[in-house]
Each structure stands twice: as C-alpha cells, then as structure tokens.
Design a protein around this ligand. Structure first.
Ligand SMILES: Cc1ncc(COP(=O)(O)O)c(C=O)c1O
Length: 411
C-alpha cells in the first residue's frame, strides 16, 4: 500500500511554493498504522514526537486561573510582557545568555518561530545549510519560504554531528543560515561546547552566515551531558544567532502551542511583522500557562529525564542485541536512530528483498505490526527512528517483535 506523497486532486492546482512538498513521511507511517489498527491489527506505534507525560498540574491550574481572570483576548503581538520576562529570565538562568525584552519573541510553537524567521529573511534562492538526519519540517519550511535547503549528511560514524570541514565546504555567497538542532530529532545526538567550538570558529570567519539553533530538547539529556548553546559559548555570534526553544517537549505541552526565541532586535521585529498577518498573537491562555511552566517548580524535569533514560537504555540494549541492527547511544531527546545496514539485501519470509530502510520499516509494520519511521524520512539512510516516549511494556513487546522479524529474514 502506498500513500501519495504529493497533494494532488483533480481540478486543484497547488501554488508552486508547495508543489515539491509532500505530506510528511512520519504522518504517512502514522496514517497507515492507524488504518491497520482500525482493521483490528495489534499495531504498536513507536512514532510519537511528544512526551507520554501529562502537562504538570500547576501549569494547568495557571491556565484555568487565566481563563477565570478574563485573559481571553488578543495579547501583545509577539508575547505578553509576563511571558517575555519569564523567557529572558530562563535564558539567563539556564543558558547564561542575556537577552533584553525586545530581543525575545513568542509564537504558536517553535514551528511558527522557524516559519516567521525564514519568511522574514529568505529571498528566492537563499541557501540554508541543514545537517541530516534532520527534522523534516526544517527543509519544508525553508522551501515554502522560497529558500533552498542544502542538506549535509552526518552519519553515525560522525556521531550524527556536522564537522567543521563540512560546514566550511557548504558555505557559499548565497548561504543565509545554518540550522543546528541539539539534542536532535531524530538522532538524539547532542553537541557539547567542545563539539560546537570548531563550527562556531568557521562561522566567525563567514560574517554573512547567520546561525539558527533549535534547543527544543535541551531538558531531555542523559548521563550528566552538559547542555551548551552557541551564544553562551561564542558571544561574538549573538548579533546573528536565533536561539529557539519552547515548552512543548520539556513540559509536555505540545498541544498548547507555545514556542519562543531570542535573537537580534531587528530580526525579532521582522519576525513580528510576519506573525502579525498570520496569527496576530499566540493563544492568551497558553501564554499564561507557559509563564507558570518557566517560572514554576522544575524538579519534575529530572524525574521525567530519569524515566526517559531507563527507556533509552532498554531500547538501545535490545536493538544492539539484534543481528543486522546497530544503534548509537543518544545523548538526549526520546528517539533512537539505529542503522539497519545489516539487513539490506535480505529476503523476507514472503520473498521480498529489503533494498532500503523503508522496505525494512514496511516489513516491520506489515509483518511485526510495529510502526517506526525510516531514516529516509529524515534525509539519512539506511536507518530507522524509534520514539521511546511510550510505556516500557509496549517497548519490550515491540522489541521482541522486531527481533523475531529480523531473525526470520533470509540471505
Ligand atoms: C527538533 C524540533 N524542533 C521543534 C519542534 C516543534 O515544536 P513545537 O511544538 O513548539 O512547534 C519539534 C517537534 O517535533 C522538534 O522535534
């Protein structure tokens, strides 16, 4: 079964800016799994891009109080003063960066931050360097905004991290941005201050290149990994860096749709122009909730981290115990990105040859009823992503099934 990746319907002509963009492969996997479930098949979906925890009680209470207090109207265009203040304090407290109030912005999710930033800065043909594997939305947003994504493969041998020489080679006179994500969706790999240093040195030599960093998963790191963000490491880049974050993953608030960023005043202002004609402002109640998330107790973050760490260890250990798979231990996020190079060329019991990672993930879905996402969906093959933001029991069952499915493959 295949699902069209393009938006095609008789009589409908999409705008050229979305002609090359399809429905995300992650969503396609989810749709197939959901259809199989509806048919009564016991499918386990390891595709979720969100924590399986609930939003903390104190945050929910703050939202209820905001509703009762009548905070139900349009707010300031790119964030209430209270939320901007909380963000400024968060950047100072957790990241060691000093932003002024007019150097921060709030949007309807980090996704809208990315959209606002690219929409406000890209002219047709401007290039954005994106290391792969990458969160697919990056290149789709770049393309919608008229830019060109320059994808640089960074495989497991490089710990899924961009190397300075690769960056140096990729930069052209048309490069507008380089976009880095740490810890990464989908690889879980993170950059330490030492890992960042050579990349930042390259950027210092190329003043026309701006840096966008997506720190969305900074609170989900393991083994005492020391989170670092570029502006804190290299303040000389502050006047051309956008530091993106949000409450979705750390505070289990994906549905509240609040993302934020710190950056140079002129960029922040330009982003607000885009937002003013898109959403007018982020949701008032969600902003009140985000204030409480950032200002309230943070102790639960460690407990949740520990729960994710146990699940990471389980998944990595079990994957590495399966012939043909090879999984690097990620520093953060709630994903593993395992190589499946060792199963390529093998035959399924039905005689189908596994030629690529998507054949392998199709096989897992159809025969083992486990839904995972192929590396090709994130621009790097042959790999597959597991989201372990689900129960240990479900993970164990899924890994048993994957092991069984792999042992049924023939040469
Ligand atoms: C790396 C990364 N950045 C940003 C986002 C978007 O977050 P938000 O919910 O704030 O739009 C996601 C969501 O999956 C993500 O994985």
């Amino acid at each position: 079964m295949t699902i069209s990746t393009k938006i095609e319907e008789a009589g409908f002509k999409p705008a050229s800016r979305i002609a090359s963009i399809g429905v995300s492969k992650i969503l396609q996997v989810g749709a197939r799994a959901a259809a199989m479930k509806r048919d009564g098949l016991p499918v386990i979906v390891l595709g979720a891009g969100e924590p399986d925890f609930d939003t903390p009680e104190n945050v929910k209470e703050a939202a209820k109080a905001a509703i009762d207090a009548g905070e139900t109207k349009y707010t300031a265009l790119d964030g209430t003063p209270a939320l901007k203040k909380a963000i400024v304090e968060k950047f100072r407290r957790e990241n060691g960066i000093d932003y002024d109030i007019d150097e921060v912005t709030v949007a309807t999710g980090a996704k809208q931050i990315l959209f606002n930033a690219f929409m406000a800065t890209l002219d047709p043909g401007d290039e954005v360097i994106i290391p792969t594997p990458y969160w697919t939305s990056y290149s789709d947003i770049v393309e919608i905004c008229g830019g060109v994504s320059v994808l640089i493969p960074c495989d497991a041998k490089a710990n899924f991290r961009l190397q300075a020489e690769q960056l140096e080679t990729a930069i052209t006179s048309k490069t507008r941005w380089i976009l880095l994500n740490s810890p990464s969706n989908p690889s879980g790999a993170a950059y330490s201050a030492e890992d960042y240093r050579p990349l930042l040195d390259v950027l210092i030599r190329h003043p026309h290149v701006w840096l966008m960093v997506d720190d969305m998963y900074e609170h989900i790191v393991y083994d005492d990994f020391a989170v670092a963000t570029p502006v804190a490491i290299e303040p000389r880049l502050k006047n051309r860096t956008l530091t993106i974050n949000g409450v979705s993953k750390a505070y289990a608030m994906t549905g509240w749709r609040i993302g934020y960023a710190g950056g140079p005043k002129a960029l922040i202002k330009a982003m607000a122009v885009i937002q003013s004609q898109a959403t007018s402002c982020p949701c008032s109640v969600s902003q009140a909730a985000a204030v409480e998330a950032l200002n309230g107790p943070q102790k639960f973050l460690k407990e949740r981290q520990e729960s994710f760490r146990r699940r990471r260890d389980l998944v990595v250990e079990r994957l590495n115990d399966i012939d043909g798979l090879d999984c690097r231990t990620p520093e953060g996020a709630f994903y593993t990105f395992s190589s499946c190079a060792g199963v390529l060329g093998k035959l399924t019991p039905k005689g189908r040859k596994i030629e690529a990672d998507h054949d392998f993930t199709d096989y897992l879905l159809e025969e083992a009823h486990v839904a995972v996402v192929p590396g090709s969906a994130f621009g790097l093959s042959p790999y597959f992503r597991i989201s372990y933001a689900t129960s240990q029991a479900e993970l164990m069952e899924a890994l048993n099934r994957i092991k069984h499915a792999c042992s049924a493959l023939r040469n």
